[in-house]
Design a protein around this ligand. Structure first.
Ligand code: HXC
Length: 515
């Protein structure tokens, strides 16, 4: 055979392998709003940037007549490409081929591209759409998962890892996404659970639909297992592209610097965002938009633990991670879920050289039997651990309340914030004036002829003394009390001056965070 006929033989083989599970199987997927695995990769990556590898890999199953079956690409597409000029390694499971089930060679293709990502120090994106362990391959499919989990862990904190759940992700398969940094979901397409509705019905007698058990909304809103929710695959891909623009390729690089842009001050003005009555709640997302470039804020886990807001923005062109109490929800308290959410985000930013900006307005940790018994002590400790351990520039602004443990936890100087600013409206105290007065002046109030009058007096006395930023400023715990309008200017300067920050933690194998 000459070169020409060999080339045409290659093209024939490529066409055959690329047809996936065939037209009928593809139609079934399209009918439920899904793109094919190859279309997903093409839609996500920059045009013509995708290069596929291992297309001719064949499965290794021998039992149950598997040796007579041809599974194109063994049900997974792997390769490299670019997103907005960023190199990435990517894989996408192909549900049309044996339900995207994971056999030994399918796993080997994934682990090979993971090894590439780690070696080349570029982000890894995994598109999951699979019936889980390929039942016919038995322990070899379990081994495959183990190899993937091991690499997810090894790569954690070295390269960003993104999981996209675009179909079933069942059984042990869920633990790869759980070990990665960001999980993206799509309404009516994502189905993620350890045991499905059938098993739950058999074992526990409980009936639940697949969507209610493991759909996108459940994981974004209730379980907290996912970070981004979209209504369509296209929307999901544009969210991924936006995220990638804020983060670096790996843990020794910084995120791309963008041209600086001023906030959209006509829409988002600090004095119109903040209520004049200090007891009125406000939407902290508007405050964030009033100080960041172009008022662009990519919120992470926006549907989960909404009492804290975390996400990415740019200040003067530089990527920052923002952590902010949300006074609109539970007055912005810290609780189990919000501590978990913030701690994880802080650790991501710290691993990937993204400075942290913290906006503080909270009454403290949430009291209650349910919180205590569910472990608010160990969960609440995660945020202390994450901030203390973070060595990226840390800049904190206290806008109103910073009470009790909340004051310490929200990146105070004591956890080594580099700069702590406060507005004149800041109140820094062990607890709110009402609670404090009731405790320390209990006797006077109780024995007074007019307890209400005395209580009011004592509350005012306490407010005068402590409910301001000046006591903390007198001890140097606040670096500067600033006018709200000066916020962006101060943040820009603090970030500029912290650019070369370089501190080393005590030598150790690793810490033991309150997991
Ligand atoms: C082999 C599988 C498969 C699997 C699906 N298929 N899952 N083949 N192993 N795990 C095959 C089907 O036989 C079928 O092949 C094709 O994929 C499409 O599947 P359908 O069932 O027709 O599709 P659908 O109706 O859309 O249902 C999708 C599904 C269902 C809900 C995912 O297939 C399902 O329940 N699969 C099993 C899920 C599961 O329990 N997996 C094991 C989890 S345990 P044909 O030839 O007919 O087209 C696990 C342990 C891992 O993963 C532990 C790691 C630590």
């Amino acid at each position: 055979m000459g070169l020409k006929s060999k080339s045409s033989d290659l093209r024939r083989r490529l066409r055959y392998a690329r047809r996936g599970g065939g037209e009928k199987a593809i139609e079934k997927q399209k009918a439920i709003g899904k793109l094919t695995a190859r279309e997903r990769i093409i839609s996500l990556l920059d045009p013509k940037s995708f290069h596929e590898y291992d297309l001719f890999v064949e499965h290794a199953g021998k039992d149950f007549d598997m040796d007579k079956k041809y599974l194109p690409g063994d049900g997974v597409i792997t390769g490299t490409g670019m997103i907005s000029g960023h190199p990435v390694c990517i894989y996408a499971q192909d549900f049309t081929v044996a339900g995207g089930s994971l056999g030994w060679m399918h796993a080997k293709k994934i682990t090979k591209i993971m090894d590439h990502a780690l070696k080349l120090k570029v982000p890894l994106i995994g598109i999951n759409d699979s019936g889980g362990a390929r039942i016919q391959e038995g322990v070899n499919s379990l081994a495959g998962y183990g190899e993937i989990f091991f690499r997810n862990t090894l790569a954690s904190g070295v390269i960003p890892q993104i999981s996209v759940i675009l179909g079933p992700c069942a059984g042990g398969a869920v633990y790869s996404p759980a070990l990665t940094d960001f999980v993206f979901t799509v309404n009516n397409i994502t189905k993620m659970f350890i045991t499905g509705p059938e098993v739950i019905k058999t074992v526990l007698g409980e009936e639940i639909s697949m969507e209610d058990l493991g759909g996108a909304r459940v994981h974004c809103e209730t379980s907290g297992n996912a970070h981004f929710y979209a209504e369509s695959e296209e929307e999901c891909f544009s969210q991924i592209k936006q995220l990638v623009s804020f983060i670096p390729w790996n843990n020794v690089k910084k995120a791309d610097r963008f041209p600086k842009k001023t906030p959209k001050t006509r829409q988002y003005k600090i004095d119109s965002v903040m209520p004049s009555d200090p007891k009125q709640p406000y939407d902290v997302r508007l405050l964030i938009k009033s100080v960041v470039d172009d008022s662009e804020f990519l919120e992470v886990q926006d549907l989960f633990a909404q009492n804290i807001v975390v996400g990415f923005a740019r200040i003067n062109g530089e990527s920052v991670g923002i952590v902010a109490n949300q006074p609109l929800v539970l007055a912005g308290v810290l609780d189990i879920d919000s501590s978990d959410k913030a701690a994880r985000f802080i650790r991501f930013c710290d691993s990937f050289n993204i400075p942290l900006v913290t906006l503080v307005d909270l009454p403290g940790y949430l009291p209650g039997v349910d919180q205590e018994h569910s472990g608010v002590i160990r969960h609440g400790a995660k945020i202390l651990y994450a901030y203390s351990e973070a060595t990226v520039p840390k800049i904190t602004l206290i806008t109103r309340k910073a009470y009790g443990g909340g004051y310490i936890a929200m990146c105070s100087h004591h956890l080594r914030a580099d700069f702590v600013f406060a507005w004149p409206t800041a109140e820094i105290a062990v607890m709110g004036p009402e609670g404090a007065a009731n405790i320390i002046f209990r006797k006077e109030i109780f024995t007074a002829e007019d307890p209400d009058k005395v209580r009011k007096q004592k509350v005012n006395e306490y407010k005068e003394k402590f409910a301001n930023p000046y006591v903390a400023a007198a001890y140097g715990y606040i670096d500067a009390v600033i006018e709200p309008e000066e916020t962006r200017k101060m943040l820009i300067h603090a970030l500029d001056i912290s650019r070369e920050k370089d501190i080393t933690l005590p030598r150790k194998k690793h810490g033991i965070p309150p997991f």
